[in-house]
Write a protein of this length. Structure first.
Length: 220
């Protein structure tokens, strides 16, 4: 079993101090910086977008993992790349022409990811898996931080791992939502390569740097 990448989510950071938050993550065990974009249409909440990503990117030392919870993401891919995205993940449920969107992301020079809502079966990725760099499994319903982890995710990650082997895909499996010390171990056992964590990392009294170090030590 390989140690997973850790991706703290800015959604749970102190948004009034983004420079300080980004700088302290720069010296932490974070491997990627997870950036949640919500449009109030694909999900029932609005977070932040391009200008905020640009501001974060000025201080970021790690790759920025942009999770687009928006409708018609194809119109904004180049703008997110230009604003500093390393990885761009779009939702399966938001893209009737998902194959084209994935090619567009790769053409921009970004890693391409597809996110699956909790009700979306992994089997739907069979014909696209080999083209993907990342598959993001939502372990909560997207739209809000701080929700409870959906236990069925463990089974889903294991099934996805099998599908990736069967299709010869080297995509990373990323899990997003309600991740903490309670489920990180089993998730990695099941096949998760990247763990996103928002509230667990930023709400801990000892702060994000110590919490990420604790998570890293727990998983090593
Ligand atoms: C939810 C977002 C997540 C969120 C995770 O819609 O995609 O990235 O920030 O936050 P926690 O870890 O608090 O569930
Ligand atoms: Zn996310």
């Amino acid at each position: 079993r390989r140690a997973p990448l850790l991706a703290p989510s800015f959604l749970a950071a102190d948004l009034a101090n983004l420079q300080a938050e980004t700088e302290r993550l720069a010296t932490s065990a974070a491997d990627w910086l997870h950036f949640d974009v919500m449009d109030g249409r694909f999900v029932p909440n609005i977070s932040f977008g391009l200008p905020v990503l640009q501001a974060v990117a000025r201080y970021a030392k790690q790759p920025i993992d942009v999770h687009l919870m928006i409708e018609e993401p194809q119109h904004y891919l180049a703008a997110f790349r230009d604003a500093g995205a390393t990885n761009i993940t779009v939702h399966y449920e938001a893209c009737p022409h998902l194959h084209r969107v994935v090619q567009q992301i790769k053409h921009l020079g970004c890693r391409a990811g597809v996110a699956l809502n909790p009700h979306t079966p992994v089997a739907l990725l069979e014909d696209l898996a080999a083209d993907l760099d990342v598959v993001l499994v939502m372990s909560v319903n997207p739209g809000f931080g701080g929700q409870a982890f959906i236990p069925n995710t463990l089974k889903k990650v294991a099934m996805l791992k099998e599908l990736l082997l069967d299709t010869g895909s080297d995509a990373l499996i990323e899990v997003d939502g309600g991740v903490s010390l309670d489920n990180a171990g089993p998730l990695v056992e099941a096949g998760a390569d990247v763990l996103v964590a928002g509230n667990f990392v930023f709400s801990a009294p000892e702060g994000p740097v110590a919490t990420l170090a604790r998570l890293r030590k727990h998983l090593d």
